[in-house]
Ligand binder design. Sequence first.
Ligand code: ZN
Ligand code: FE
Length: 255
Amino acid sequence: MLEIIRIPVLNDNYVWLAHAPDGNTAVIDPAVSMPVIQELKKRHWQLTYILNTHHHNDHTGANLELKKTTKCTIIGPKADIDRIPGIDIALVDGDHFMLGKEKAQIFDVPGHTKGHIAFYFFNSNSLFCGDTLFALGCGRVFEGTMEQMWHSLSKFKKLPRQTNVYCAHEYTQANGIFALTVEPNNIKLKLRMDEVNNKRKNQIPTVPSTLGEEFDTNPFLRPDSTEIQETLSLMDAPLSEIFAKTRYLKDNFRG
Ligand code: ZN
Ligand code: FE
């Protein structure tokens, strides 16, 4: 099993450390280097890998500095090989990555950016999904199409409910306020939001969540919900179209 440590950085980013029993240690999406170096030092861990989900600076900003100081190997999406600073190994859908004996399956999940991958460590029930899936939300579709983003999110629907979702931002509360506007009668969503509001009041992180919670309450994984379809006046439309409208509404939502 991996030991996973959360490092909150910048306004609302989460950088994750994943440490295998044999000593191999990866940092996922290091935005900045200092907090990562401090955490490694505190635990007497040696960085062996940087795992980048996508090219954005708040996920790769510390790549070169950490590589220089630790000689770690940088892993990222092949589709954006030219935009990942210092990349050594480029991965595509279906590839595997080994952190010691812990095996991750790679998913191509484009949409937020042209190249975006997710790392699924199945023995540790851990999904590192960058800015594709958020707790109660999903990433903005900057570089891909809505159909692409929907297809990417659909890949996660096949994974086990107990999977922990390690996304890269604490956006849950704002996401949930929007989610309630498209599915106001979802009891599980209401209960989850009570919990989220309590946590945020006390500055407690809401990440990771589980995929099961997301399946039950995240509107971007629920275009098949009758209530969402009714709210959007898109009864029985293609799921990608319902997803797209939900995403447009969120883009223009001012809570
Ligand atoms: Zn991003
Ligand atoms: Fe980001």
